[in-house]
Design a protein around this ligand. Structure first.
Ligand SMILES: [Cu+2]
Length: 135
C-alpha cells in the first residue's frame, strides 16, 4: 500500500499529541494543588485563645476538617500549655506576657478535649479547651 507509511506517521503524531495533552493535563492539577496548599498555609485562619487558671477562653473553638488553623495563645497568669496528638497540636508552652502560636490541620471529625499540658495549680486537671472539628 503506497499510503500506509503516511497513515502510520499520522497515527503516531496523533498518539504523541494525545500523550502530550494527557501529560500536560496531568501536570496542571498538580501545580494547582501545590499552590492551593501554599495559599492555605499562608492564610491559615487564626483563633486567639487566652489561658488562665483554670480555663481557656473561649472554652470551645470550632474548626474545619482539613483546614489549617493557627492558635494564638496567651496567658493571663502563669505558664500553661496545649498539646493534642489526635488533632496534631504540637506541645506548645504558653508563657505569661508572650504570644505562642501553633498551627495544625484537623484530620478527624469530632469533639476533642484538649487539656492544659503544663501543671499550673490545683485545678490543672480540669483545664481544657474543647475543639469541635466539623466538615
Ligand atoms: Cu495547667
Amino acid at each position: 500500500m503506497p499510503f500506509k507509511p503516511k497513515f502510520l506517521l499520522l497515527a503516531a503524531a496523533t498518539i504523541a499529541g494525545a500523550l502530550a495533552a494527557t501529560l500536560h493535563a496531568g501536570a496542571a492539577p498538580a501545580t494547582k494543588i501545590t499552590s492551593t496548599i501554599a495559599a492555605q498555609v499562608a492564610e491559615a485562619r487564626t483563633i486567639d485563645v487566652t489561658s488562665y487558671r483554670y480555663s481557656f477562653e473561649p472554652e470551645t473553638i470550632v474548626v474545619h476538617e482539613g483546614e489549617p488553623v493557627t492558635l494564638v495563645l496567651t496567658s493571663r497568669d502563669v505558664t500553661h500549655g496545649i498539646a493534642d496528638a489526635d488533632l496534631g497540636i504540637a506541645n506548645t508552652v504558653i508563657f505569661k506576657g508572650k504570644k505562642s502560636t501553633v498551627t495544625f490541620t484537623p484530620k478527624k471529625l469530632g469533639t476533642f478535649k484538649v487539656h492544659c499540658s503544663v501543671f499550673c495549680g490545683i485545678g490543672h486537671g480540669d483545664m481544657m479547651l474543647t475543639v469541635k472539628v466539623i466538615k
